[in-house]
Design a protein around this ligand. Structure first.
Ligand SMILES: [Zn+2]
Length: 141
């Protein structure tokens, strides 16, 4: 993950403007990254066992079926766990559990790093990489 730049405003809320690198896209993840550029967060749904999974891949990690398809998410979830790094400009990485089930590693942005809590509701907040993709980060709601 890249290291974000951060500044504090009068309310002590950290406004982060992360510098991000574009992901390496391959044929298995092309549809996922194309969707991020349109502000859509996708997970994979398995038609054989009905489970949703993330990261996107051809074979279901629960039953190994290749009968999987993309499902558009609400973009809503809760913080499962997080860690704040204060060396240099502070930033937070987290695991967020999506309403659709899967848990994904991400960054928390546009938030007060001292007010984060486990279980806190968050919403996806895409950061443009400038190369036709966007990274799905999250912000408390
Ligand atoms: Zn399955």
């Amino acid at each position: 993950m890249s290291q974000p730049e951060a500044t504090k405003d009068k309310s002590n809320k950290i406004k982060q403007k992360p510098k991000v690198r574009a992901p390496r896209v391959n044929s298995e993840t092309q549809a996922f990254w194309d969707a991020t550029a349109q502000g859509k967060l996708l997970v994979k749904r398995c038609n054989a066992c009905g489970e949703n999974h993330f990261y996107p891949r051809t074979f279901c990690p629960f039953c190994f079926s290749d009968d999987t398809e993309y499902l558009e998410c609400s973009g809503l979830g809760v913080i499962y766990s997080y860690s704040v790094t204060r060396r240099g400009e502070p930033y937070a990485i987290a695991y967020v559990t999506l309403d659709e089930g899967p848990t994904m590693m991400t960054n928390l942005i546009d938030c007060d790093l001292d007010a984060l809590t486990i279980g806190q509701p968050v919403k996806v907040n895409f950061v443009d990489t400038g190369e036709g993709t966007a990274l799905p980060f999250f912000t408390p709601v």
